[in-house]
Ligand binder design. Structure first.
Ligand SMILES: Cc1cc2nc3c(=O)[nH]c(=O)nc-3n(C[C@H](O)[C@H](O)[C@H](O)COP(=O)(O)OP(=O)(O)OC[C@H]3O[C@@H](n4cnc5c(N)ncnc54)[C@H](O)[C@@H]3O)c2cc1C
Length: 375
């Protein structure tokens, strides 16, 4: 049975993208309901909020989210070893957007959600099941069977894109990529505020200090490789110990806690909006983590979709669709150029696969599987 209350907008997912959209819409006086299961899923380790995203939050009156920064760690620059054996250092002093923050994601998401509730949005803890079109909009079903009505719906469910899939909307899928993450205590330079990115023969690694002083270490590789390494601590530790710059910088690592595995491939919705519906954040476009722009994109698309709803008509949605399409195309070009810039292991399956265009992926997949690789 559908609840008789009809909301202007129902948002499935209250992560950064959903909360940002809710905040803007509620401030503009629209009735908004966020539905999120808030399942204690696998935590997100060591994600960096870029300086540009902080500026966007400040512009939305959300600068207070970082009033108490103890739980997030400042990121003052990077060391990148990619395409060459020598590391290239970058410094936020040269970045017009200023320093980033390595987030405690649960805390960040919760602060943003609370800010959208303070702006007047409602929320309910529930798993979103199905969605159905009706005469005056939509009926969104909770997994309990109860339902709510909405004039407009927003899919902010992240990579799972729950509503898009229920609406039969397809997505372009990038080359398979899996990230294995674990926390560690380094022997040296534990207080360093730089991010280290290092390309390796069968993947690339990421290392960054989090708020509690430990380091999040991520290894991004082929799915079959990730499955094997996740199951074998010794082999995983041995591979990371062979990363020359990680070892030189941090010394021996003492591993702590579970090894988390996350899908990290690119995903792009073929359409980011349609009549009465919008997809935002990862549901619209999920980046390869090498881009470091997922959170900015989540906040920006949340905001842009809210603005499109406020403009209304066909003008708002068209502008939104164009913006997402433009970002998707620039991202695809830059990502490919980045992977192609690493030529030291261009004959290795990982780098061959990541350098492909969508067009030549199919034939390459079959050639790799003939060689015995499970891609
Ligand atoms: C390995 C890895 C490292 C990354 N590192 C960075 C980084 O350093 N910097 C950066 O900017 N980005 C990074 N990202 C990207 C970043 O995590 C995402 O872009 C960002 O979380 C997207 O926000 P979102 O709100 O779209 O989705 P999410 O954060 O995934 O939020 C989706 C919400 O929807 C809810 N939900 C899902 N399905 C349902 C359902 N059926 N019913 C109810 N609720 C539901 C979930 O509970 C969740 O709260 C990384 C990604 C990966 C995979």
């Amino acid at each position: 049975m559908a609840d008789t209350t009809a909301f202007d907008v129902v948002i499935a997912g209250a992560g950064p993208a959903g909360s940002m959209a809710a905040h803007r819409l509620a401030r503009a006086g629209r009735s908004v309901l966020m539905l999120d299961r808030l399942r204690p899923a696998s935590p997100r380790l060591g994600e960096t909020l870029p300086g540009a995203a902080r500026r966007l939050l400040v512009r939305e009156g959300l600068g207070g989210l970082f009033a108490d920064d103890r739980h997030h760690a400042p990121v003052t620059g990077g060391l990148v070893v990619w395409g060459d054996d020598r590391p290239v250092a970058s410094d936020v002093l040269r970045d017009p957007y200023g320093p980033g923050l390595r987030l405690d994601r649960a805390r960040f998401d919760s602060s943003l959600r609370k800010a959208s509730l303070a702006a007047g949005a409602d929320w309910s803890r529930t798993d979103v099941g199905d969605v159905e079109q009706c005469a005056d909009g939509w009926i969104v079903y909770r997994d309990t069977g109860s339902a709510v009505r909405a004039r407009t719906i927003i899919d902010a469910t992240g990579r799972s894109a729950r509503l898009l899939r229920r609406l039969g909307q397809s997505r372009r899928r990038g080359v398979p990529l899996v990230a294995l993450y674990q926390m560690a205590r380094p022997e040296n330079n534990a207080a360093m505020e730089r991010t280290l990115i290092e390309a390796m023969p069968d993947g690339w690694l990421y290392a960054g200090k989090v708020g509690d002083g430990r380091w999040a270490i991520g290894y991004h590789t082929r799915p079959d490789n990730a499955a094997r390494l996740r199951a074998c601590d010794a082999e995983r530790a041995a591979i990371l110990a062979r990363a020359p710059h990680l070892s030189a910088c941090l010394g021996a690592l003492t591993w702590e806690g579970p090894v988390l595995s996350r899908d990290a491939r690119s995903l792009a919705a073929k359409a980011a909006c349609g009549p009465g519906w919008f997809a935002v954040g990862d549901a619209a476009l999920a980046f390869d983590p090498i881009a470091g722009q997922g959170l900015f994109n989540a906040l920006r698309t949340g905001l842009a979709a809210a603005e499109a709803i406020l403009v209304g008509g066909t003008e708002g949605p068209s502008a939104y669709a164009e913006e997402v399409e433009r970002v998707t195309s620039v991202y695809a070009q830059r990502r490919q150029a980045l992977y192609q810039a690493e030529t030291r292991w261009s004959g290795q399956p990982f780098w061959q696969a990541q350098c492909q265009t969508i067009a030549d992926r199919k034939s390459h997949r079959s050639s790799l599987s003939e060689q015995g690789y499970r891609i």
